[in-house]
Design a protein around this ligand. Structure first.
Ligand code: ADP
Length: 449
């Protein structure tokens, strides 16, 4: 071997970084490898926030939440096929993970709403700026501070095992160094999902053939093959999520928080057609049934001011604006008269606190201030729920549910946490919590060896 460490982490998204920092802090010598030239994976693109229950940030805002409620929402969103033991880890560690990130310098003090949540529990930076870039930056800074050996342009190829089947290292391929192996007691797979690989996606779910994706280029799923070749079992691979709101004009993903903060969805006929903050699978399916397989997010300046991220969309030119809804309709070929009626009716629901048409559970503000905006949206492949089978210690298992000693998995590469459909805000929570856990477990395992 070229190098010898205690733990090798594969992938530099939120899960990989959390695992690296946590393994280091539990006494392990760590190498982190990333096949792409840049760090951050898809985690860096996450726009929504980090779900957590019973946090100080919620309490400061008078939000009443509980572990039971977050568990119920997560299971319901996942159509109850989530692995309950993994959901228990996700939920019970969520506050601890917010505190862990905060202690490392993150700002997660703003708390908003995402689809499928019964209360506000999506933690994000003040003013609602993008959570992913922030979280990855904080983790990266902490990895640098700890002098963790990070290698870009380095792909994990094969898990190496000794004669008794214990992990003994990882074969990698560096862009400049070529093939070499790293000797290690434990390998943590944090290689993310495969939403960018339409060939793999459409084989598992033919309905998604030809769909665009919100993901970064590295989200191809080769980590799934690396795990499979090492004997890992897979769960729920057929469950692939389309994010309902990808901007048609710019291909940029529009965060669910825009709806959470008060935007409505209308079709070209100017009518609402769904509870805007239902789960992603339902919202996406509803949009695909509308004329042209797209819909419009409609909001005003009060929604815009409540969420910093919206200024980015306006800056990208994907959110045309006008001072009346009729003019807005003209710009985008939406029935302006119907749109005006729809918004007026929706505003009466905001006043009465009850959505008589679609039972939307949160009605944060009326749409009647300043200028109006419309973002045309359509679904794009966003998250792959399935993946490597792990237990509640992030240990990877084979088809007989026996652990593969020394192999750990965390984040989107794993399956079971989100069941058939992931709730917005649960990915960041997943990658931080399971990354931390995998790092801790791998470090302890290495120490014992
Ligand atoms: P998560 O959200 O679970 O942390 P991300 O998608 O954010 O997942 O990050 C996964 C990272 O792993 C990406 O940056 C991706 O390029 C990287 N990656 C995927 N496969 C490999 C591999 N075989 N070797 C090294 N890095 C990989």
């Amino acid at each position: 071997p070229k190098d010898t460490v205690d733990v090798v982490v594969v992938g530099s998204g939120g899960a990989g970084f959390s695992a690296s920092v946590s393994a280091h802090d539990h006494g392990a010598k760590v190498i982190l490898i990333e096949k792409e030239p840049v760090i951050g994976g898809n985690a860096k693109l996450a726009a929504g926030g980090m779900n957590a229950a019973w946090t100080d940030q919620q309490k400061a805002k008078g939000i009443e939440d509980s572990l039971e409620l977050m568990t119920k929402d997560t299971m319901k969103g996942g159509r109850n096929i989530n692995d309950p033991a993994l959901v228990d880890v996700l939920v019970s560690h969520s506050k601890g993970s917010v505190d862990w990130m905060t202690a490392m310098g993150a700002d997660l003090s703003d708390v908003g709403r995402m689809g499928g949540a019964s209360v506000n529990r999506t933690h994000r930076p003040t003013g609602g700026a993008g959570v992913g870039a922030h979280v990855v930056q904080v983790l990266y800074d902490n990895a640098v501070k700890r002098d963790i050996d990070m290698r870009m342009n380095t792909r994990g190829i094969e898990i190496l095992k000794d004669d008794s089947g214990n992990v003994k290292g990882l074969l990698v391929k560096g862009m400049y160094k070529g093939y070499y192996w790293i000797k290690a007691d434990a390998v943590i797979l944090a290689t993310g999902g495969f939403a960018k690989n339409n060939e793999r996606v459409s084989k598992l779910d033919p309905k998604l053939k030809g769909f665009v994706s919100t993901n970064q280029p590295g989200a191809t799923g080769d980590g799934i093959d690396v795990a499979g070749n090492a004997g890992a079992a897979m769960v729920d691979l057929q469950y692939i999520q389309a994010h309902p709101t990808l901007s048609v004009k710019g291909g940029v993903m529009v965060t669910e928080a825009v709806r959470g903060n008060g935007a409505i969805l209308v079709n070209r006929e100017g009518k609402r057609f769904v509870n805007e903050i239902t789960t992603r699978d339902k919202a996406a399916a509803a949009i695909l049934q509308q004329t042209g397989k797209s819909a419009y997010l409609i909001f005003d300046d009060s929604v815009r001011k409540s969420l910093k991220k919206i200024d980015k969309y306006i800056g990208l030119g994907v959110a045309p604006t006008a001072d009346t809804l009729v003019k807005l309709g003209k710009l985008e070929n939406i029935d302006g008269k119907a749109l005006t009626e729809t918004v007026a009716r929706y505003n009466t629901f905001v006043t009465s606190g009850k959505d008589a048409d679609f039972e939307r559970p949160n009605l944060p503000r009326a749409i009647n201030e300043g200028n109006y905006y419309a973002i045309e949206v359509t679904p794009g492949v966003h998250h792959t729920m399935g993946g490597v089978m792990i237990d509640s210690k992030a240990e990877v298992m084979n088809a007989k549910k026996q652990i593969i000693p020394g192999l750990y998995g965390a984040g989107e590469v794993t399956g079971g946490v989100h069941g058939a459909n992931r709730l917005g805000g649960n990915a960041i929570s997943d990658i931080i919590t399971f990354g931390r856990l995998a790092g801790e477990q791998a470090a302890a395992y290495s120490k014992k060896k």
